[in-house]
Design a protein around this ligand. Sequence first.
Ligand code: GDP
Length: 138
Amino acid sequence: MSNRTFTMIKPDATAKGNTGAILQMINAAGFRIVAMKTTHLSAAKAGEFYAVHAERPFYGELVEFMSRGPITAAILEKDNAVEDFRKLIGATNPANAEEGTIRKLYAASIGENAVHGSDSDENARIEGDFFFSKLEQF
Ligand code: GDP
């Protein structure tokens, strides 16, 4: 079990000014921010990040959305990080997300759902390495 996960605050949440509130929830839930940056993904980079979804019908929409505006990417640390962070963000579709979760509070739809959270330890490492060099992960 790894103690790290990876997150992005997506363009919808950034544009609505919810970055601070979401980071506060992340801290209050006991996650330490190991690395963090705000950046704007090109369509090519967004497509690369979500390459695993390339065959899904929503891939084009997802790439357009994720490259629409700035995001904040971060590596987070806590015991049982991947599973606990998925609980904190809630279901992919905010309509199905539990009360008090980040997506219930801040997501508008299944596509524009405010935050990303890695779904496995292996993907957390791959996704963290996508944004941060080894020197930035201490
Ligand atoms: P996650 O692990 O909860 O983020 O969900 P998935 O791995 O299934 O999907 C990745 C991302 O693709 C989601 O967070 C959404 O932003 C987007 N997505 C998933 N399903 C749909 C959909 O049906 N329509 C659109 N437009 N986007 C979707």
